[in-house]
Design a protein around this ligand. Structure first.
Ligand code: ASP
Ligand code: MG
Length: 449
């Protein structure tokens, strides 16, 4: 069995979905479990519906709901025009889902309150709608397709908007349900992103969580591989939106891909790697607009080659310097700093310590950060440097590449912090935000030219 996950842009319209069907058709002998995202931009639209409803902007909510239903009705009609009876059935299902949503959102409008639980329920509808329509489209094209509600399979905690699955319960559900339902059907189709709590309320796995869903299904089924279909030719050496001339990475290890995600590259949802790594299931990142391209394989490190894989960057980070008068020692100073951050759940990207100083890299202004820094400033001097960027070279063996720091320094003019990650998979530099573009270009050229 294989898992094939198609992201929002891969299912955004009729043309895209027809491509998906033809890609899946070529893999039928491998028994695909197909996982789909919401149509591109629909999750965002639903998020807007939820917050406008909370603000009790009834007219606006109506307008947005209309947009939502027109997009989905239009798509169903386009895909199923030559199968009138399937179209009728499909429109009935879509109408039922949208009416359910309207009623629910109407309630939110009335009370003017949006709990995380209600929020999750609203934004889960994108995947429910897209998967409903796509499943009819498969059947209309002669590929028998069984639609399964992912909420029956993925069981999570009560953290509704960023829910974390209970892996053992989920694994058992997936095995049981897919085992039962896969008899006599070409493919099974389900949703990414959506899940439910043990009590049965809808939850979601967080922004871009469909990749993670695919890996969870892959692990539970011990799939041969997990294919993540997007709209670029695999994982690139740097974000192609930031730089021209990026190259495709052919093979990368689980650990390196995780390091890329941690250092800000938008490759895969950061949690995707772990379930696949546990069972040694290769993840392929492929392009639905160019299916013959081999994409990128994410695999075990003894199979992936050594050497730099990517240059990644993160904007809008804060560099925070914490200094004490006395030599407190690393344990004490780092302990004190981490205590203040840990109790407020503030995520740190990098922390470096000496006997009297700590340097921290933190993404933007995080809720509770100011309070944490105030409490630290009772015993140490705290300086916050804003408008900084983090630039990282990632890959096994990157510490043996000569001249990286020189390149960064030459392009950026100043380096605030230089660091080798503890797993030795990245070297990282904090520079001024306005030097990022030039530095990225220079460093990428140096490493990959
Ligand atoms: N539709 C969800 C999102 O946009 C999940 C996903 O597409 O991965 O975040
Ligand atoms: Mg995605």
């Amino acid at each position: 069995m294989i898992v094939m996950k198609f992201g929002g842009t891969s299912v955004q319209d009729e043309e895209a979905i027809r491509r998906v069907i033809s890609i899946v058709r070529g893999r039928l002998s491998q028994h695909p479990l197909v996982v789909v995202s919401a149509l591109a931009k629909v999750t965002r639209l639903l998020g807007e519906i939820a917050t406008e409803a909370e603000a009790q902007h009834e007219e606006k909510v109506k307008e947005l709901l209309l947009q939502l239903s027109e997009r989905h009705f239009g798509l169903a009609k386009a895909l199923l025009s030559s199968s009138p009876s399937l179209l009728d059935e499909c429109l009935g299902d879509v109408r039922k889902h949208i009416q359910g949503l309207e009623t629910f959102v109407g309630g939110v409008c009335q009370i003017g309150e949006l709990s995380p639980r209600s929020h999750a329920r609203v934004i889960s509808m994108g995947e429910i709608l897209s998967s409903t329509i796509i499943s009819y489209a498969f059947n209309a094209e002669g590929i028998s397709c069984k639609w399964i509600d992912a909420r029956r399979m993925v069981t999570t905690d009560d953290n509704y908007l960023n829910a974390r699955p209970d892996m053992s319960v989920t694994e058992a559900n997936v095995k049981r349900i897919i085992g039962l339902e896969s008899n006599g059907t070409d493919i099974i189709l389900t949703q990414g992103f959506v899940a439910s709590t043990a009590a049965g309320a809808t939850s979601v796995l967080g922004f871009e969580g469909s990749d993670y869903s695919a890996a969870i299904f892959g692990m539970a089924l011990e799939a041969e591989r997990v294919e993540i279909w997007t709209d670029v030719d695999g994982i690139r050496t740097t974000d192609p939106r930031l730089l021209d001339g990026t190259k495709k990475i052919d093979a990368i290890s689980y650990e390196e891909a995780a390091e890329m995600a941690a250092m800000g590259a938008r490759v895969l949802h950061p949690l995707t790697i772990e379930p696949a790594r546990q069972k040694n299931i290769p993840i392929l990142v492929l392009n639905s607009k160019n299916p013959s391209c081999e994409g990128t394989v994410v695999e075990r490190s003894d199979e992936a080659p050594e050497g730099p894989k990517a240059v990644s960057s993160r904007n809008n980070i804060l560099f925070i310097k914490i200094e004490t008068q006395q030599l407190l020692g690393v344990t004490n100073i780092l302990g004190g700093v981490m205590e203040a951050l840990y109790s407020r759940k503030i995520p740190v990207i990098i922390a470096e310590a000496t006997e009297s100083e700590v340097g921290l890299i933190i993404q933007e202004e995080f809720y509770g950060l100011r309070e944490a820094l105030e409490s630290i400033s009772k015993w140490a001097k705290v300086t916050v440097f804003r408008d900084k960027a983090l630039i990282s070279v990632i890959g096994r063996g990157v510490v043996t590449v000569k001249g990286l720091a020189d390149k960064v320094l030459m392009a950026a003019g100043r380096v605030y912090l230089a660091n080798v990650s503890a797993n030795m998979l990245s070297t990282n530099y904090v520079i001024d935000h306005e030097k990022l573009q030039d530095t990225l270009k220079a460093l990428h050229e140096y490493v990959f030219a």
